[in-house]
Design a protein around this ligand. Structure first.
Ligand code: SAM
Ligand code: SF4
Length: 332
């Protein structure tokens, strides 16, 4: 079957699947404290998610990342991971991976490794227990640190994702780089993106990574590398620690030219761009027929609408978010 090529000649080879919009944390930049989540009846079953993933695999997608919400709080999610892991073992997929807040890793890390997951991204914005509690509202740092240690024992390669937050974790950067070096984790900083209403004003949180990087190079020797993980980060080797540091800069730097991914929500909507509202319903064609013809037509139509790029901008206090949905709907 033919590959998925968008109108700008980019081949879509990477599918991100938000398996749930729910989460056991309420990170301040991601959600409001009082969230209304989707009714469970609206969710695709795990078998349906697997079927959509299979359709994408047939069309040349070779990397799938599960995300959320918190992917590891969806009941029985390991059955989907096992099924996708089998596609890695059979050679249909190059990689199945996930982005998690780490709170459930102590429970699941060994199963993840057994089912064929090799690498995970774990979000961690502060190494200070009180600040961690503040930013996640409901999280406990020790759960994540314990989860990370179990994940290491299970042999998973770990990358830490930290959202750069002005006057919050900008003074912890050196400590985080040192800690990641000691733990043998790569580290990526992310700029806050204007997605969904939160309780704070995003201009209070936004820290351009160009500023953060200027500070980092005062203390660390960074050398640009061609390393790519399929995502939009630019990576540098850190000479002093031997690990990498990545920067995801959707606002200060346009990361769309090489965009190779689309995002599926847990209700079967396909978003062709993280920063645009346009989406395509895959649930209806999926449920209308047991064969994949209708689904494939819908996927083709969606890829034909993939836009050139996003319109993120955070400049004026009180600006409405660029898109109304929260990051937890499409999973970052
Ligand atoms: N719950 C999982 C986690 O936190 O890793 C997976 C989902 S979370 C939405 C995926 C990533 O998006 C996390 O690294 C999180 O820090 C990041 N994120 C959430 N909201 C964001 C925002 N508005 N701007 C930038 N990054 C955001
Ligand atoms: Fe949950 Fe991840 Fe959003 Fe934090 S960033 S609230 S852990 S989905």
């Amino acid at each position: 079957m033919s590959d998925l090529i968008d109108p700008f000649g980019r081949r879509v080879s990477y599918l991100r699947v938000s398996v749930t919009d729910r989460c056991n944390y309420r990170c301040q930049y991601c959600m409001s404290e009082n969230m209304t989540f989707l009714p469970k009846a609206n969710l695709l079953t795990l078998e349906e998610l697997d079927r959509i993933c299979s359709a994408f695999i047939k069309r040349g997608v070779d990397k799938i990342r599960l995300t959320g919400g918190e992917p590891l709080v969806r009941r029985n999610v390991m059955s989907l991971i096992q099924s996708l892991g089998n596609r890695v073992k059979s050679g249909d997929l190059k990689e199945i991976t996930l982005t998690t807040n780490g709170s459930q890793l102590a429970k699941y890390a060994f199963d993840l490794a057994r089912f064929g997951v090799k690498r995970i991204n774990v979000s961690l914005d502060s190494l200070d227990p009180n600040k961690f509690r503040t930013v996640t509202r409901w999280g406990k740092l020790e759960d994540v640190l314990h989860g990370l240690s179990v994940a290491k024992d299970a042999g998973l390669e770990i990358k830490i994702n930290a959202v750069a937050l002005k006057n919050f974790n900008d003074n912890e950067v050196n400590e985080m780089i040192t800690w990641c070096g000691d733990e043998k984790f790569d580290l990526t900083f992310i700029e806050t993106m204007p997605m969904g209403e939160i309780d704070d004003d995003r201009t209070n949180q936004y820290l351009p990574l160009s500023d953060l990087k200027k500070d980092i190079i005062k203390n660390w020797t960074l050398t640009k590398t061609d390393h790519k993980t399929g995502g939009p980060a630019t990576y540098f080797d850190i000479e002093e620690t031997g690990k990498r540091i990545g920067f995801i800069t959707p606002l200060t730097h346009n990361f769309c030219e090489s965009c190779n991914r689309v995002r599926l929500t847990c209700t079967g909507r396909l978003y062709m761009c993280l920063g645009q509202d346009d989406e395509k319903d895959l649930l209806t064609p999926l449920r209308k027929s047991e064969g994949d013809d209708l689904l494939m037509d819908a996927i083709d139509e969606a890829i034909g609408r993939k836009p050139k790029g996003h319109d993120f901008i955070i400049d004026r206090p009180g600006n409405a978010p660029a898109v109304n949905r929260h990051m937890s709907v499409t999973g970052g």
